[in-house]
Design a protein around this ligand. Structure first.
Ligand code: ADP
Ligand code: MG
Length: 273
């Protein structure tokens, strides 16, 4: 992930000369998503303020920040469900303001609230989603990979939170997307279900075969799964980059992402009170 935020990439690997910088830029793969100076207000309330970053193919990015930080708004803008007031977002090289949404077939999205009809089953949902997309994975294989078989034919209102989250993940994968965006996918899961979900996400990532962005309140989860972190508060980026760089930039007292989060978000909230 590249960003213009406070925390920069470790300089040890940064090109030192203009020629080296040009060579590195030429060799870099095209970003999956590029967010440039994006801002969004709801009336007087600022939800996202001048946010810029990019995500390279194969990265796993954890989007963290307190409630109201602007995570969901940013996710919705990135997938083209909300319009930014200012700035620009491109996904796979297409501007998300383009109403044809040419990138839509290549992304899989799980929004924060997945409202399921209580009387339908996972099988109903999977079949419906399969018909909606021009490209679809083999559903039997998806069911096997996500281990949905045991509850495939039960009504949604009979399922546990963990089972519903797995179905929501499956629906985000029906079109075999290259970029998967999950807004708080493990909220409400017990520790065992959460760890099982991590295993699923690792399998979905396939060692870099896909690019993943997920938001979470759990720093332990971000550290366990993500290569990079994007830390937001009050709509602004506090820190972004490889996890160890963000931890290092938070000061010598920070040993974990949880320490860095407490230091950076705490400082931000303290300065605004
Ligand atoms: P997060 O996902 O990090 O909790 P959100 O993006 O949901 O943050 O919210 C960012 C800010 O925008 C919050 O102050 C929230 O109250 C406000 N907000 C979000 N959605 C709406 C909306 N539809 N109308 C008005 N305000 C909203
Ligand atoms: Mg949210």
């Amino acid at each position: 992930m590249q960003t213009q935020a406070r925390v920069q990439h470790s300089s040890a690997f940064a090109p030192q000369h203009a020629a080296a910088a040009a060579a590195a830029a030429a060799a870099a793969p095209a970003p999956v998503v590029e967010v440039e100076h994006v801002s969004k207000r709801y009336g007087e309330r600022v939800a996202v303020s001048d946010v810029s970053f990019s995500i390279a193919p194969g990265q796993v990015v954890a989007l963290v920040g307190p409630n109201g930080a602007g995570k969901s708004t940013l996710v919705e803008i990135m997938v083209g469900l909300r319009r930014a007031d200012r700035g620009r977002v491109s996904v796979f090289g297409s501007d998300t303001a383009d109403p044809r949404r040419p990138y839509a077939a290549r992304i899989g999205v799980q929004l924060q609230q997945t409202g399921f009809f209580p009387s339908l089953t996972a099988r109903d949902y999977l079949r419906f989603f399969q018909r909606v997309y021009p490209r679809s994975v083999d559903l039997d294989q998806l069911v096997r990979e996500l281990d949905l078989g045991r509850f495939l034919d039960q009504r949604m209102n009979k399922l546990s939170g963990g089972q519903r989250q797995r179905i929501a993940l499956a629906l985000a994968l029906v079109n075999d997307p290259d970029f998967i965006i999950l807004d708080e996918p493990t909220v409400g899961l017990d520790p065992i279900a959460r760890r099982a979900f991590w295993q699923l996400l690792r399998r979905v990532h396939g060692d870099g075969a896909r690019t993943l962005l997920f938001s979470t309140h759990y720093m332990e989860e971000a550290e366990a799964l993500a290569s990079h972190v994007l830390m937001l508060a009050h709509g602004r980026i506090l820190a972004a980059g490889p996890i160890r760089d963000v931890v290092a930039a938070a000061g010598s007292a920070a040993a974990t992402l949880d320490d860095a989060y407490t230091a950076l978000v705490g400082m931000e909230q303290g300065t605004l009170v």
